[in-house]
Write a protein that binds this ligand. Sequence first.
Ligand code: C2E
Ligand code: MG
Ligand code: MG
Ligand code: MG
Length: 273
Amino acid sequence: MRMTREEILSSLDTALAEKQFVIYIQPQFNHATKQLVGGEALVRWIHPEHGMQSPVDFIPVFEDSGLIPKLDLYVFERVCEYQRKCLDEDSYTFPLSFNVSRKDLLLPDYIDSMEEIRKAYDVPVEYLRAEITESSAVMGGSEHAVEIINRFHELGYMVEMDDFGCGYSSLNALKDLEVDILKLDIKFLRGHVGGRGGIIISSVINMAKWLNTPVIAEGVETFEQADYMLSIGCEIIQGYCYSKPLPADEYHKLAVESNYMPIQKTSKFIDSL
Ligand code: C2E
Ligand code: MG
Ligand code: MG
Ligand code: MG
C-alpha cells in the first residue's frame, strides 16, 4: 500500500532504527561473455504495516525535505557491511555501485561521513562505485561537480554518471566531467530499437568510446534489446532480461556461482586508430 508524504516523512527515524530499509542488488553482465561485472545496490523499504515501498515513491520525498543524506548514508553502510561480509567469507570480491543523491553532495562533509563508514568496515575503495546523476552533476554548477568527482577520484572511488541522456545538459556534463562509467537508460527506445532513438544511442556509445568511457545500458528488458546494444558496441547490460534487483542473499548466491570479469576501460575503438 502506498504511503502518504506525511507518513513517509514521519516514519524515517523509526524505519532506520528498526532496520526497515534493506538493499536489493541488481547484477550487471557483460553480454558478450555472459560474465558478471558487478551490481547496483537499490534501497527497498519493507514497511511493517504498508508492505514493500518503491524508492520511486519515497526517495523524492526525502530529497525534497532534506532528509535524504541520512538514508543514503544508511544504505552506504549496508553496502559496506555486505562487502565486508563477502571479504571475510572470502566468497567473492566484486564491486558494488551505490546511489548518491544530488542533495547529499551539497553537504560539505558528506564524503567525509562516507569515508568514516567505509573505514569502520575496512572495505577497500575499489569495491565501491559512486553513482551520481547527470542532473546532480550539473545542478550545483559544473565547478562543484568537478570538485566532487575529483574528491571521489583522489580517494580512489570509481564514479558513474547515472541516467545519462535523461537530463537537460547531457553533452555539457559529458564534456566537463571525467566520470569512469556512463549509465545510459534505454527506456526511451520504448520497445523498438531502430529509428531516431537508436541513432542517438549508438552515437552516445561512439562518443563514450572516443572518451574511453565504458557504458552500462540500464533498463534492458529483452535479449533482443541486449543483442542490439551489443551490436552497436555496448557490452554491459543491467536490466530485467538478465535479472531484476535481488535480495542481497540471492545476489550473493548468484555472484558466488558466477565468473567475474571487471569492467574494461581500454577501448578497442581507440586502439584501432
Ligand atoms: P536508478 O539508480 O537509475 O536505478 C535503476 C532503476 O531501474 C531501478 O529501479 C531498477 O530496478 C530499474 N530497472 C533496472 N532494469 C530495468 C528494466 O529492465 N526495466 C525496468 N522497467 N526497470 C529496470 P528502482 O530500484 O525502483 O529505483 C529507482 C530509482 O530510485 C533509482 O534509479 C534511483 O534513482 C533511486 N534509488 C534507489 N535506491 C536509492 C538509494 O539508495 N539512494 C538514492 N539516493 N536513490 C536511490
Ligand atoms: Mg543508479
Ligand atoms: Mg539509472
Ligand atoms: Mg533512474
